[in-house]
Design a protein around this ligand. Structure first.
Ligand SMILES: Cc1ncc(COP(=O)(O)O)c(C=O)c1O
Length: 350
């Protein structure tokens, strides 16, 4: 394998002089800050947000390091992992020239980000078992293939992707392998973040939006080599994580036990929901899940979806998605919500 990040980078990014913010130029403590054109009086709120936030979110990263064991220099924080996905395209993919490989059915933002950045997508659908089609991927790779996105556990199918297959990609592909672990906290499988020292072409995405219960704060994480993280930091908007989000994330990250408790409960609820759904005659299949949702194949997905909407319950209709024909994706809720879902479904006449 012949991986070299410099060869992968777009020329304009290689030569980019990043924006230098006031907070980049002076980093110590001072008593008077007259360098950033802020309103020195304060904010019209009980709490002040009149100062720009730390552009590199050192405190939040330090706390993430203590939980994940990955040093701050290997961490990028984005305005959701969606920002990290977009930055990958902007840093590595030349519009109209380069391409990426997606393995549908998978998370929809990879395709949208590719479209926004005018980057061609080579789709290599998952197998019937929702695993990677390794031969298909090998055939699809060409000299301009920069990124392969692997979502594990996968959205919307819920299963984990075979680890050996991802390792084969990492060992043989000269571009970046992006492993999106948004749902890793619910998975029986190990995270890939331990493998960062092994593979220079690995980018692991995680998020505070799922198990951590902070979707509204918009904080996504990318873990990668220092060299890749440096690229992300140069390309990102200077203050991409706002002060309120940094402050609240810092507090939230102290509550790992609460999060672990919710994860346990979610997994128990997932098992219960699966059992309940199996009793319904219009449910044809429930796919094994390593995530906080399940993909359920039914005889009449549209009618069930509409029936649930009428009763005030919203699930995701994935029945038009290739390989997910007939399927609804159902997020695991609280015990009360899951009971309500099952009680309502029991009233549905197929
Ligand atoms: C697989 C996957 N990756 C990333 C995201 C987006 O996460 P964030 O809220 O961090 O942008 C989602 C959200 O649904 C997802 O399912």
């Amino acid at each position: 394998m012949d991986f070299n990040l410099q060869n992968l980078l777009r020329e304009n990014i290689k030569n980019l002089t990043p924006y230098s913010s006031a907070r980049d130029e002076f980093q110590g403590e001072a008593s008077v800050y007259l360098d950033a054109n802020e309103n020195a009086y304060g904010s019209p709120l009980p709490e002040n947000f009149n100062r720009y936030p730390d552009p590199l979110q050192s405190d939040v990263k330090q706390k993430i390091t203590s939980i994940k064991g990955v040093p701050p220099r290997n961490i990028f924080l984005g305005n959701g992992s969606d920002e990290a996905i977009d930055i990958l395209f902007r840093s590595f993919c030349r519009p109209g020239i380069d391409n990426v490989i997606l393995v549908p059915p998978t998370y929809g933002m990879y395709q949208v980000s590719a479209n926004i950045n005018d980057v061609a997508v080579k789709n290599v659908p998952l197998t019937a078992e929702y695993q990677l089609n390794m031969e298909g991927i090998a055939e699809a790779i060409d000299a301009n293939t920069k990124l392969i996105f692997v979502c594990s556990p996968n959205n919307p199918t819920g299963n984990s992707i075979n680890r050996e297959d991802v390792e084969t990609l990492l060992a043989n592909f000269n571009g970046l392998v992006v492993v999106d672990e948004a749902y890793i906290n619910y998975s029986r499988q190990k995270s890939f973040i331990q493998e960062l020292t092994e593979y220079g072409n690995l980018v692991v995405l995680q998020t505070l939006s799922k198990a951590w219960g902070l979707a509204g704060l918009r904080i996504g994480m990318a873990f990668a080599s220092e060299e890749i993280i440096e690229v992300f930091n140069r390309v990102k908007p200077p203050y991409n994580i706002n002060q309120a989000s940094q402050k609240l994330a810092l507090e939230a990250l102290d509550n790992l036990e609460q999060v672990n408790q919710w994860i346990k409960e979610t997994l128990l609820e997932r098992d219960k929901l699966v059992l309940g759904l199996k009793n319904l005659n219009f449910v044809q299949d429930i796919f094994p899940s390593d995530a906080n949702f399940i993909l359920v194949k039914t005889v009449s997905p549209k009618a069930i979806y509409r029936f649930l909407v009428e009763k005030g319950i919203i699930v995701r209709d994935r029945s038009k998605v290739e390989l997910c024909e007939g399927c609804l994706r159902i997020t695991i809720g609280t015990p009360t919500e899951n009971k309500q879902l099952l009680n309502t479904l029991n009233l549905f006449q197929a």
